[in-house]
Design a protein around this ligand. Sequence first.
Ligand code: BG6
Length: 523
Amino acid sequence: MPPKTTPQPSWKAGVNPFRRYQTGHADAEPCSIVIFGASGDLTRRKLVPALFNLVVEEALTAPFNIIGFARREDNDDDFRKKLHQALDDHSRSLPERFTGLNDFLRRISYHRGSFDRPEDFTALKNHLLDIEKKRGGPRNRLYYLATPPESFTEIIRNLKAAGLTGNGLNSEGWTRIIIEKPYGRDLKSAWTLTGAVHSSFAENQVYRIDHYLGKETVQNILAFRLGNGIFEPLWNRRYVDHVQITVAETLGVENRAAYFDQAGIARDMLQSHIMQLFSLIAMEPPASFEAGHIHDEKVKLLRSVHPPEVESLPDILVRGQYTAGSAGGTPVAAYRKEPGINSQSITETYLAIKLEVDNWRWAGVPFYIRTGKRLAKQVSEVDIIFREPPHRIFAQTGIEKLQPNVLGIKIQPEEGISLNISCKRPGQVYQIDPVSMEFNYATSFGVPSPEAYERLLLDAILGDTTLFAREDEVDLSWELADPIIAAWENNPEFPLAFYEAGSWGPREADILLSRHGRHWRRL
Ligand code: BG6
């Protein structure tokens, strides 16, 4: 007879981060998740709903606890009530339908504390020890910095002083830290932050979040490029005329005026989300799906971007700011009239730029990027515009120009891929028209996409850094963003182009492309 064995929970068998790709279930270990800035918007709108949905969908079955750390006077019961309300408002699965709701809420506790008071961190340690004793299993801890960036360094310092940083691999359990954006406001401050982070945590404990990487459609960029044999051979200067990346929002600055007026769209969107999209589109195929291989290729790509020269910036860069107009049919104020915005502000709410990549694959292929607030439509899309056929056989039929083939990768709100091709219109007149072949997530798969934060939180719990930004990636994207921002911060004469809220941005952005006989895609 085989020896009798006691079944072990899956987390005791050790973690295989790839197993969930095969089974959809994660080998997560129990852990405590401490959210700094727990009374803020991010906790209510994204973090707690994401953890809840992971439980509902059984993607996360290991026991875990959520500890909210914030300055505000609060207690466990009231904090739970607020988060219950947050689930009602923001969770994609209905809380009342889930029988484990109360159990989920019971795992939440509140720890009142100031980020600058070491004794509050000592108390946090006792709070954690207490929870971990009751829960049993290893003392795994995940810290989430969901505070304004000014507090990052202080929190990190006090975590270390309280002996809460671990070494990531000790026998008691792992310790990891997720750092929200913005990660610095330029290369220098990013280095300073990295210095502070590394004085307490090793790089393999650090998870710099960029929520765009958690979006299904963004993850699909690599699946689409490298899971199909037919596109990769075309993915280069021989076939691609240019690439357009659009991240357009109809929203204004909402309730983040103080932050945004200091940051501007270059820091807020270009350095982070857009650089990530750009890297995934343009990088070389990695050797494998392992985090290190993917990060290496992204870094190699960012190193190949032609550094914008100061003299050329006025020709390749447009900064804009919205004036009064409309959003969804409702009149809206000019940026300078938004509550909390300086009435003389020259902060950019729009940016368009042409980037070039100095490597064998992309030499001579422009990447046009545009992003802005209060634009005509909320849409994020990457378009690969292919070259025209090399020889025109249709000249005698009266057809002078064909529309180029365009591959559109739709990130949001529409999720899918379209390929525009030219086809003969039926009839005696020889006419060739563009038509579109479409893939749409909702109709093809019929299941809703998980929220970006669900995927990213689960990855951090599993110790998978693939969808987080490595230190050198962040540095290189600042190296790219810094001279762009310096173009206007060092030169007050740099033009600020105004555009009406609800339009597609300033005219100057159209000229950026029309100079080379191109135009922005109508999305
Ligand atoms: C955030 C920016 O990181 O991303 C915001 O700070 C922006 O300004 C937001 O609105 C866009 O995210 P999403 O997922 O709505 O496209």
